[in-house]
Design a binder for this molecule. Structure first.
Ligand SMILES: [Zn+2]
Length: 98
């Protein structure tokens, strides 16, 4: 599956990630789309990245499984588990069109 543009990418990312969280019994909460504080050249500012809350996933096994499944289902994306163990722990999913 190839994405044509940013709108298509983030729509499909949101759909896939929502299903993965749901399959483990967790809500999928988008904490940042085009907003928030990111590094200067972040893909968030080009509409190519979404952040999802991770702090409500209590089980480390579930966290690892969720990350692995999202990486498997979205091989065209970079999936980064950021700020682990902090209140802003989140999953950053971006599509780098290259
Ligand atoms: Zn991010």
């Amino acid at each position: 599956m190839r994405f044509r543009d940013a709108a298509q990418a983030v729509a499909i990312i949101a759909l896939v990630v929502e299903r993965v969280f749901d399959s483990y019994g967790y809500a999928a909460v988008i904490t940042s789309a085009g907003d928030g504080q990111h590094k200067k050249d972040s893909l968030h500012y080009r509409g190519l990245a979404l952040d999802f809350r991770m702090k409500h996933v209590a089980s480390p096994e579930h966290k690892a499984a969720i990350v692995a499944l999202i990486r498997e289902l979205l091989p065209q994306c970079d999936v980064l588990h950021e700020s682990v163990g902090t209140p802003i722990e989140h999953l950053h999913v971006e599509w780098d069109a290259k």
